[in-house]
Design a protein around this ligand. Structure first.
Ligand code: PRP
Ligand code: MN
Ligand code: MG
Length: 177
């Protein structure tokens, strides 16, 4: 069972939207002229971010998903990344953008990037809405980051605590009471 907690707002829905608009412009610049960008959301956490991001992207886009899980219901990373659902499409020779909600220890994104690089995409980039650099265990950083945050347990905007709170429209931090 979970300990009782409250959620304090950390990044408002408005600041997230403004940041995504700026990031989308940078990404559109990087991939300008692409025939079709394959935007890959890492389930489940990135489902809200990818939905908002692709709607700001002025590019021909294909959306695909890959499900990787390392936390389960725990607060600590298992460091063992399991692929629960693979991409539907082929990415060989394609432009690919991996979309992640948060980079914490880095195990999930590192694992996924290695897996996808082996499939020989033309360009492979990554974006994470949140980055907790102080928690890193493997050397990896996303090509674009929305916000660097301190080592707080965050929820909302797709991110869960034991599968709860993904539907909050803002990023909040969990405070045990
Ligand atoms: C969370 C989060 C990232 C990953 C980051 O996913 O959504 O994908 O952990 O942690 P890391 O950098 O330490 O690997 P989780 O495994 O909880 O699955 P979920 O997205 O389905 O919630
Ligand atoms: Mn995740
Ligand atoms: Mg999770």
């Amino acid at each position: 069972a979970e300990r009782p907690y409250v959620i304090d707002e950390m990044i408002s829905a408005k600041s997230i939207a403004a940041r995504i608009e700026a990031l989308a412009h940078e990404i559109a610049g990087e991939f300008a002229g692409t025939d079709k960008l394959v935007v890959v959301g890492l389930l489940r956490g990135s489902f809200v971010f990818i939905a908002d991001l692709v709607r700001e992207l002025d590019l021909p886009v294909e959306v695909d998903f890959l499900e990787a899980s390392s936390y389960g219901n725990a607060m600590e990373s298992s460091r063992e990344v399991r692929i629960l659902k693979d991409l539907r499409g082929e990415i060989e020779g394609r432009d690919v953008l991996v979309v992640e909600d948060i980079v914490d220890t880095g195990h999930t994104l590192a694992h996924v990037m290695t897996l996808l690089r082996a499939r020989r995409p033309r360009r492979l980039r990554s974006i994470a809405l949140l980055d907790k650099p102080t928690r890193r265990e493997v050397e990896i950083h996303a090509d674009w980051t929305g916000f660097e945050i301190p080592d707080e347990f965050v929820v909302g905007y797709g991110i869960d605590y034991a599968q709860h709170n993904r539907n909050l429209p803002y990023i909040g931090k969990v405070r045990f009471v």
